[in-house]
Design a protein around this ligand. Sequence first.
Ligand code: FAD
Length: 410
Amino acid sequence: MNDTCERVVIVGAGHAGGSAAALLRQYGWQGPITLIGAEPLVPYQRPPLSKGWLKGQEAPADLLLRPAAFYQTNRIDLRLSSSVATIDRATRTTTLTTGESIAYDHLILATGSHARPLPVPGHDLHGIVELRTLADADHLRTLLHPGARLAVIGAGYIGLEVAASARALGTDVVVIEREARALARVASVPLADFFQQRHAAAGVRIVLNATVEAFEGRNGHVTAVRLSDGEAILCDAVLVGVGAAPNDALARAAGLDCANGIVVDLGARTSDAAIHAIGDCTQRPLPRYQRAGRLESVPNALEQAKQAAADLCGRPPPAPEVPWFWSDQYEVRLQIAGLPFDVADIVVRGDPSAGGFAIFHLSADGTVQAVEAVNAPAEFMAGRLMISRHRQVVAARLRDVSCSIRELAG
Ligand code: FAD
């Protein structure tokens, strides 16, 4: 077990940082823990920000990872509204933007990611928002009401979730996407088709192959999105949801190895033995797929928080998990397990028009690499098992819904 005097400093009080602090105590860490967060709120969950919270269906307490009193009870020194500006690896010291220095024996970087900007003319007009924090969500909420017109830039998960929530609030929605289909970077063609049809049925217009040239406004407030083909989409508000980038500037300035995020191993260790990194800000090994990548998901934040806490507490590393993710839009619960690398065949099981189906991604030898399950929790669970066990399946049997999915998973 650790020396009782050793201090852990965690930079970033989000899903990964907040979980790491709690897990350190759970695993028996005795020394001081300081959790530094730029936002004014104790660690909270971001997924509801585009879903239930935006629709006004959740209470503030539902958002919190743990009640505020948890941190005091567990001797976690929570420093909110505080940003770390620099890391001095030689003296093992972090410095806040206020100039205050905080020394560490072990540092955990959990700085998350930020919304990519869309720096076209007019981007600073009022009514143009991004969605990353609770403050962003509360601002966006004030712009959504019956009859208001929202333009969503980007048909990724956040853009589509906001579109669904905005429709539930009676707002007119146009989604503008640069690629030829929705979810182009993150989902298969059949899944994108399904969501495009579902949004169209809800009255959402999705404009594909569309490049935003400028935002236009009157009296400082956005009034239209101008596309490169000349069309002006009239609107009262804009959500820019064009992806996220890792918050790795601190790590880069400190000289840590970085690629698409801070490079870590399966113990969440960086290139400095005194520094771990976890969550959206990292590029991590994906052992099931024999490559590295950056994941933006709650399950990933939790898995890496476990890795770092176990490593610091001298516990065996947790078994690698199959990456997974979910998204809620309208009555649709999407669950995705695995990553679609080396895919030779896509098998649709079930009927998309009936609203419940699953898309399995198989490699050339029939190994299940990923599954996208729409209102199909049994297929999601079975798929996750198949992926972790490198299960090979016969496509025709997988497609045949009379073959039990549990039996196929073995
Ligand atoms: P974050 O939770 O972003 O926390 C990072 C924190 O670090 C932030 O509070 C930031 O202010 C702070 N910080 C950064 N730099 C500093 C600094 N220098 N000093 C101090 N503090 C700093 N995932 C899913 O799996 N399913 C979903 O349905 C889903 N929906 C989402 C919906 C929305 C609207 C958003 C924004 C994300 C969603 N995600 C979802 C992604 C998920 O929330 C993230 O993957 C997860 O929050 C990552 O945790 P993290 O701790 O790495 O980063």
